[in-house]
Design a protein around this ligand. Structure first.
Ligand SMILES: Cc1cc2nc3c(=O)[nH]c(=O)nc-3n(C[C@H](O)[C@H](O)[C@H](O)COP(=O)(O)OP(=O)(O)OC[C@H]3O[C@@H](n4cnc5c(N)ncnc54)[C@H](O)[C@@H]3O)c2cc1C
Length: 427
């Protein structure tokens, strides 16, 4: 079958997943078009990076820009108990090279995502902002492009043998295809806002991410950013957060501050600024990563509870893996969904590893200390998984953790939808 194509790949969404895939495909000399609904720079949550974002950022050629940016350097993570007592910060340089993986960043997503989008443009991708994809174009059941609406109201159609859905949590095609599967137990709500002038620890600890427990209920994140701002949010079950009929995000947030002394004290010197945000769409997976003409990348494929800051890593990593697989498909002139089986396997393996840790975190009988006290030889593996080295074999670690908390079975999702339809071979 011959399909007229304007582009080699069409990408919907210019977040970390879309801009990564776009930059790497354009670098190969492919004709890439990115359609982005917003005008950048735009606000986005997801501000704390993990050490293993280093590799995709290196591949994108962005390490020098990150190093010279104003983003706060993150050298460690610490956990604060429900009573307000902080653990010793866990420093990444105790395991990784100080010059590379051991130092990561707390980013302002408006600036970080702009950098990624600019990079895609510099590498040759065409990016159109303020254009919203409304519909996927289909011919004989396969996706052949998208219909989109510009800010002016004008409708335009774009065609390519492959469309990459990088639309984030809205998961444009996942939802329309009925592919979205909720994670059985990770059903939480997050409420967050920003403080200026709140307390931060000195020196190396200035950029530490703090995870502070709400007694038996959930946790706070505390992420120091540049311009003396702190991103702070609380994650717990909706029923708990809205107890006694409290509904407004501001009231929910202000009440929860009182549940952790460390958070209370650190925010006391600061001033709340801007909106309060709320999201309840937590942790889901897509039944398939691809079908004829379509590939899902980043949050559009899966979204995990953000307790270990894995979202941007998974978006960047899936952007790299997708670009490599799509490049091979373009070279082979073979766009059959089965080509993306290796992509799906790599991503699902990584997601399932992180998902196990997230489940353990929410188990009241579990603590990292219990595991490392009993199995000190596994501390390094635990660190690797938490730092985002997601595709290692962690069988020994899971066996040890299961002594303290049951771990979830792997979800049978994510493989490409392979039908008997003929492959598209572009002449
Ligand atoms: C409360 C919370 C806290 C989080 N904290 C962290 C954290 O600390 N660290 C971390 O790494 N991750 C965190 N995350 C996760 C992180 O935000 C995401 O994983 C990450 O942004 C995914 O990148 P993406 O490129 O897949 O999607 P996005 O960044 O969401 O980008 C998608 C883009 O697609 C565009 N788009 C959507 N629909 C259309 C359409 N129809 N047409 C055109 N364009 C469209 C959007 O405008 C957007 O720019 C958090 C998430 C939540 C909810």
């Amino acid at each position: 079958m011959n399909t007229p194509t304007d582009y080699d790949a069409l990408i919907i969404g210019a977040g970390p997943a879309g801009s990564t895939a776009a930059a790497l495909l354009a670098e190969h000399g492919h004709r890439v078009l990115v359609l982005e609904r917003e005008k950048f720079p735009r606000y986005h949550i997801g501000e704390s990076l993990v050490p293993f974002t280093y590799q995709p950022l290196l591949r994108l050629g962005l390490i020098p820009k990150m190093k010279s940016s104003a983003f706060v350097r993150k050298y460690s993570v610490q956990f604060v108990s429900a009573s307000g007592k902080a653990s010793q910060p866990f420093y990444f340089f105790n395991r990784y090279n100080r010059e590379t993986v051991a130092q990561t960043w707390q980013v302002l997503r408006s600036e970080f995502d702009q950098m990624l989008m600019d990079n895609a443009r510099e590498k040759g991708a065409q990016v159109i902002e303020e254009i919203t994809v409304k519909e996927l174009l289909r011919e004989n059941g396969r996706v052949v492009g998208a219909r989109a609406q510009k800010k002016s109201g004008e409708i335009a159609e774009f065609r390519a043998p492959l469309t990459l859905d990088c639309t984030g949590k809205e998961s444009f095609s996942t939802v329309r295809n009925g592919w979205r599967v909720k994670d059985p137990y990770l059903n939480k709500v997050a409420v967050w806002t920003y403080y200026q002038g709140a307390k931060r620890d000195p020196g190396l600890d200035e950029g530490t991410t703090t995870v502070a427990y709400v007694p038996e209920k959930g946790w706070f994140w505390y992420i120091p950013q540049h311009h003396d701002m702190v991103s702070v949010g609380v994650v717990a079950e909706g029923k708990y957060l809205s107890r006694d009929g409290v509904k407004s995000p501001a009231e929910i947030f202000q009440r929860e501050i009182g549940q952790n002394l460390w958070i209370q004290e650190h925010l006391a010197t600061g001033r709340q600024t801007g909106e309060y945000f709320l999201t309840s769409e937590f942790s889901y997976h897509s039944k398939h990563c691809a079908s004829e003409g379509l590939l899902l990348v980043g949050d559009a494929f899966a979204f995990l509870d953000p307790v270990f800051s894995s979202g941007v890593l998974l978006a960047l990593k899936s952007g790299v893996l997708a670009a490599d697989a799509v490049h091979e498909a373009i070279v082979a002139r073979d766009f059959s969904p089965a080509r993306f089986t290796t992509y799906a396997t790599a991503l699902r393996t990584g997601i399932e590893n992180m998902r196990k840790l997230v489940y353990a975190f929410y188990d009241p009988n579990f603590s990292f200390r219990k595991v490392t006290d009993k199995y000190p030889e596994l501390a390094g593996e635990l660190t690797d998984c938490l730092s985002g080295d997601l595709n290692k074999d962690y069988a020994k670690l899971w066996k040890a953790i299961e002594e303290f908390a049951p771990l979830p079975a792997e979800l049978p999702v994510g493989m490409p939808l392979v039908t008997s339809k003929p492959e598209l071979r572009v002449a």
